[in-house]
Every structure is written in C-alpha cells, then in structure tokens.
Design a protein around this ligand. Structure first.
Ligand code: FAD
Ligand code: A2P
Length: 268
C-alpha cells in the first residue's frame, strides 16, 4: 500500500528510514529530521499522512528519540479503524510522512525543580517520551537515580522499552553516565512476568521499593516524577503523587511532577 504524500500538497515531509513491528498493536519507526527542528527531549509534535480527500490527517506524537539524534523516532499504537494509524502502520522505508516542526510539551527537565531521584511512570505507548529522556544526557547529569516504571497488560507490549533500556549501557554517548543509576521496573497486569501490578498500587503498597532495594516512600525533598499514560492512569497517579506531598509543575511554574496524556481516549 502506498502511503506516500506529495511535496506539492505538504512542505513538511520527512522520509521514513526504518520501521520495526513489535506486536500486532505496536510499532516504531524513524524518519529524517528537518534541519530547522530544535526540541527538548520529552516533547511532542504533530505528524500524519495525507487523507483520501487530500487533507492531512495529523495526530500528536511524542518524539521517542533524544534531542541530539540526527533522525527522529516514534513509537506508535495501531488502532485498527483509527483514521491515522490504520494507514500509518503500513508505512515503508523510503515513503514520506508529514511532520509539523512545532515541538511542545510538559515532560521536560525545565518543568521540574531540582531533585535526587527521578521517576518515569508510563503505561503503553506512554513510554515514548521516556525513550527520549532515557537517552538524554541531562537526565543522568541531573539525577543520582532514575527509576523507569512501565506497565502494560501483556509482556510482549514491554519489548520496545526493554530493548531500549538494555541498549543504554552500550550507548557511546550516555552508557557511562547511566552506569549504576538506572532502576528498570517493567510490570504486567494480565500476563505472568517477573514483576506484576499497576504502577499506582506498586507505589502505594511499597512493592517497587522492596523489589528494587530503594528507599521509600516518595518524598518531595528527594523525588521528582514524569507521568505519561491514559487519562484515567494520569489522574490516579497524580492522586498518588499528591498523597506523597509532591506538587504538580509546568513549564512556567516548575514543580515536583509533570503529566502528559499518552492519547486522548474515546469520548474525551
Ligand atoms: P484516533 O482517532 O486518534 O484514536 C482512536 C482511539 O484509539 C482513541 O479514542 C483511543 O481510545 C485509542 N488510542 C489512540 N492512541 C492510543 C494509544 N497511543 N494507546 C492506546 N490507545 C490509543 N500515540 C502513539 O501511538 N504514540 C505516541 O507517542 C503518542 N503521543 C501522543 C502525545 C500526545 C500529547 C497526545 C494527545 C496523543 C499522543 N498519541 C500517541 C495518540 C495519537 O495522537 C493518536 O491518537 C494515535 O496515533 C491514534 O490515531 P488514529 O487517528 O489512528 O486514531
Ligand atoms: P489493568 O490491566 O489492571 O487495567 P490500557 O491498555 O487499558 O490503557 O492499560 C494499560 C496498562 O495500564 C494496563 O496494565 C492497565 O492495568 C494499566 N492501567 C490502566 N488504567 C490504570 C489506572 N487508572 N491506574 C493504574 N494503572 C492503570
């Protein structure tokens, strides 16, 4: 299937350089980076394809690659009847996508006050901004410890994140910075795997601290967090973090934690 779009209709075209399918619901791909695009690791942009009527179908996507990378990476869901992803899932190397080079977002270091321990809390494709931030040197320079909690229903859905985390230690740019600082906690809620349970439960019942040998609980004077998942997840995690005394921040008023939606749910 040809999903390429014509340069005449859209000037913001980038060429796909790699595609990896992780499960029947998840894939990642890389595209060329516009020379003019500057972004902070953790931000998102609008990307898309030309629709059948010639109008672009654009959706928000976290940039999964770090700010220093020559290319851009994205990690995507495949929604069977989704206007964009029903087509985007068929994209091939050499084809083009639309990319609007206006990055925005709150999952950025500037939106957090200084701290010692940084928690990345993600469900599903909410891992994408952390794929960027885990490869960002500033993450490792600013914090003594970084805890990556990623939860999915099934084990296969954790693979993109698992591979990325595994590859960090051999990364020529940040491998040494990461050494001994990263605590990875992948959990499933409907499949058997090493660690189980929802992020909210594992934070409240202390399981994550026990499993990783970390000091609990979360403290405003020590811990910072970035959160990315469904609206329900974000709401429940915010309540947990508030309960530990952490305060939400933003680009204009840095705080102890920041939140971004991983997607806009049905009817919301
Ligand atoms: P849509 O009509 O957009 O969505 C149809 C339905 O599918 C939604 O109502 C929802 O129930 C479900 N859905 C959509 N996206 C997801 C998802 N990611 N995970 C689970 N269910 C979903 N999507 C990504 O895959 N990767 C990203 O990095 C990403 N970053 C985003 C950042 C922001 C700030 C926002 C608001 C959304 C982001 N999304 C991301 C979601 C994305 O914008 C689209 O919704 C998604 O690509 C599906 O597009 P679609 O046109 O096929 O279906
Ligand atoms: P669960 O299987 O217990 O619902 P989804 O695919 O529905 O977006 O969920 C992705 C992951 O996030 C699942 O492991 C799911 O756990 C978990 N999850 C969904 N909603 C919440 C929530 N409100 N709080 C904590 N975890 C959640």
């Amino acid at each position: 299937m040809n999903v390429a779009v014509s340069a005449k209709v859209n000037p913001d075209l980038q060429t796909v350089t790699a595609v990896t399918h992780w499960t029947d619901r998840l894939f990642s791909f890389r595209v060329t980076r516009p020379q003019s695009l500057r972004f902070r690791s953790g931000e998102f942009v609008m990307i898309g394809l030309e629709g059948d009527n010639g109008k672009p179908i654009l959706r928000a996507y976290s940039i999964a690659s770090p700010a220093w990378d020559e290319e851009l990476e994205f990690y995507s869901i495949k929604v069977p009847d989704g206007p964009l992803t029903s087509k985007l899932q068929n994209v091939q190397v050499g084809e083009q996508i639309i990319l609007r080079p206006k990055p925005v977002g709150t999952l950025v270091h500037d939106a957090l006050k200084p701290g010692k321990r940084l928690w990345f809390l993600a469900t599903g494709t909410g891992f994408a901004p952390f794929a960027s931030l885990l490869r960002e040197p500033e993450t490792w320079e600013k914090y003594d410890r970084v805890v990556m909690m990623h939860t999915c229903r099934e084990a296969g859905e954790l693979e993109y994140g698992r591979k990325l985390v595994e590859d960090l230690s051999s990364d020529p740019l940040i491998g040494e910075l990461v050494d001994g600082k990263l605590h990875y906690y992948p959990t499933t809620t409907r499949d058997e795997s090493q660690y189980k349970g929802r992020i909210t439960d594992n934070l409240v019942n202390g399981q994550v601290f026990a499993d990783l040998g970390l000091e609990g609980p979360l403290l405003p004077e020590r811990d910072r967090a970035m959160v990315c998942g469904s609206l329900a997840f974000n709401k429940d995690v915010a309540a947990v973090l508030d309960g530990f005394g952490l305060e939400e921040g933003s680009n204009s008023a840095p705080g102890d934690y920041v939140i971004e939606k991983a997607f806009v749910g049905d009817g919301i």
